[in-house]
Design a protein around this ligand. Structure first.
Ligand SMILES: [Zn+2]
Length: 392
């Protein structure tokens, strides 16, 4: 069977041959019979015998170093086809050649690093790329790949250094991503119980990006943990309005903090502010609970009924049933509503999800680093019509 994709491979390879022959003509050299060897190689490719083709091409390389560009093109094409071992073999052979010009060696090195990356050999890719980060013409691409490697390996300190270098080279602003790296470092230290170090990283995140929502959340959490409630509230109150919904993921501690400070008015204002942004079930339930606690079940029921007419919510409906059950404490009523309650509990799993703005990844957990597309701070909570359209 003829594989049509080779046609695509042959176009640039043919261009490389043209280039090669052009150079030959200019030099008036006719001693080496490139066409027959080259077309023998192409023949093997067309007959789906790529390994034999590689043998022929590598022999050509032994005879003449002017075919280097063609080998680079071929190795690149093998990698694009997902044939990483073949690509690696071609690039390794190139690098092993003693007479290779420096710019050709660097080019082959960069290609080989990409082969290793595709093969998941991150350490090998890293050491090759580190050789290229000071080389003109390769630095930017090498730094980009190193950034991906360090993100994959959770080497956040190294990722910060790489991004700062990339910022200088490109002249672009990457402070919000660098702040996320500091937040990762803070999270690691805080999980290990190193509070001071964790706080120091949070401060560095905020020095880098004063509007980093995640750092403000972490700052509040550390202070809350240390029972510094006033300071915790201050940190959370500095989150920008458009990101205020991020507090949903730590809502229990936020509510606890405001209660510890006896700041009911502040808590009500905050919950209302979030509800203006997103019709999230956790926030709705927290708001209803506060109403019930402070003003009684009737006020809570009335608020909830009114809310549900405007924003239907399974969690809200389940809470309303609870309030009504409590209002007329009656055994029979409980038995009759139990199946409905079970159904609502199952349906509730669909609420309170987050979705990535970049790739659409949807899940129950808020990820600062999207597992789907690796974007930072790209998730938002599903609410209203989006929620109804969600496949989950
Ligand atoms: Zn994504």
């Amino acid at each position: 069977m003829f594989d049509a994709t080779w046609l695509l491979l042959l176009l640039p390879a043919a261009a490389a041959t043209g280039w090669y022959l052009g150079r030959r003509d200019r030099k008036n050299e006719t001693s080496f019979n490139l066409p027959s060897a080259y077309f023998q190689g192409l023949n093997f490719l067309l007959n789906e015998q790529p390994d034999k083709a590689i043998e022929v091409f590598l022999k050509m390389l032994e005879v003449d170093s002017e075919t280097v560009e063609m080998h680079l093109a071929l190795g690149n094409l093998f990698r694009r086809r997902g044939e990483i071992e073949r690509a690696t073999r071609i690039h390794q052979n190139l690098i092993a050649r003693p007479n290779l010009e420096e710019h050709q060696r660097l080019q082959a090195l960069f290609q080989l690093a990409q082969d290793y990356l595709r093969a998941g050999l991150l350490d090998r890719a890293e050491s090759l790329l580190l050789e290229l980060i000071d080389v003109d013409g390769h630095a930017e691409s090498a730094l980009r790949l190193l950034k991906d490697i360090y993100e994959q390996e959770s080497e956040w300190g190294k990722a910060v250094d790489i991004l700062k270098r990339l910022e200088r080279i490109q002249g672009s602003d990457m402070h919000s991503t660098i702040a996320q790296y500091y937040c990762q470092l803070a999270e690691e230290r805080l999980t290990e119980g190193c509070v001071e170090e964790g706080e120091a990283y949070v401060r560095r995140a905020l020095d880098t990006d004063a509007y980093c929502t995640r750092a403000r959340i972490q700052q509040g959490l550390v202070r809350h943990e240390g029972e510094r409630y006033r300071e915790a509230r201050k940190a959370w109150s500095r989150i920008q309005d458009e990101d205020i919904w991020c507090l949903i993921s730590i809502l229990d501690r936020v509510v606890h903090c405001y209660r510890a400070l006896h700041d009911q008015a502040g808590l009500d204002r905050l919950l209302n502010r979030i509800l203006e942004r997103v019709t999230n079930p956790h926030v709705l339930i927290a708001r209803v609970n506060e109403l019930e606690r402070m003003e009684g079940p009737e006020a809570a029921t009335s608020f909830l009924e009114d809310w549900l007419v405007r924003h239907p919510s399974v969690a809200g409906l389940a809470r309303l049933m609870e309030l009504e059950r409590d209002a007329n404490r009656n055994g029979d009523n409980n038995v009759r509503t139990r199946p409905v309650r079970t159904l609502l509990d199952n349906l509730m799993d669909t609420e309170g999800s987050y979705r990535c703005r970049q790739c659409g990844f949807t899940g129950r957990t808020l990820y600062w680093h999207c597992p789907g597309c690796k974007s930072w701070n790209s998730q938002h909570p599903l609410s209203g019509p989006e929620l109804l359209a969600s496949p989950n």
